[in-house]
Design a protein around this ligand. Structure first.
Ligand code: FES
Length: 108
């Protein structure tokens, strides 16, 4: 958009974030991987970003909870879901999308 509100040719408006930083003010938590590695997820980062630091080949796509590509299995703890992808049955079975999910407890 230009300052007068007109759209510039060839540009698209920025896609609004569906979940504008749902983790921003949330408590830090720990991800424990199958190999025992423990990763601390600070309030200002997503679990996916922390996973990517440790495991750069972690699959992902949208980073907004739409596609399900980043899906992981929760071993312990209860995730706070913020996605639009997982069904209630998948959530009940322990699936989590680390790009948008948070954990209120200590370990997810
Ligand atoms: S990257 Fe698409 S749901 Fe996480």
């Amino acid at each position: 958009m230009t300052p007068d509100g007109a759209r510039r040719r060839g540009t698209r408006p920025a896609r609004p974030a569906l979940h504008p930083h749902p983790h921003k003010t949330w408590p830090e938590f720990t991800l424990q991987l199958r190999d025992g590695t423990r990763l601390s997820v600070p309030p200002n980062r997503s679990a996916l970003d922390v996973l990517l630091d440790a495991r750069p080949r972690t699959p992902f796509s949208c980073r907004q909870g739409f596609c399900g590509t980043c899906r992981i299995q929760v071993g312990a703890g209860t995730p706070e879901h913020h996605d639009l992808c997982l069904t209630p049955a998948e959530r009940a079975a322990g699936a989590m999308l680390p790009c948008v999910a948070r954990r209120h407890g200590d370990t997810a």
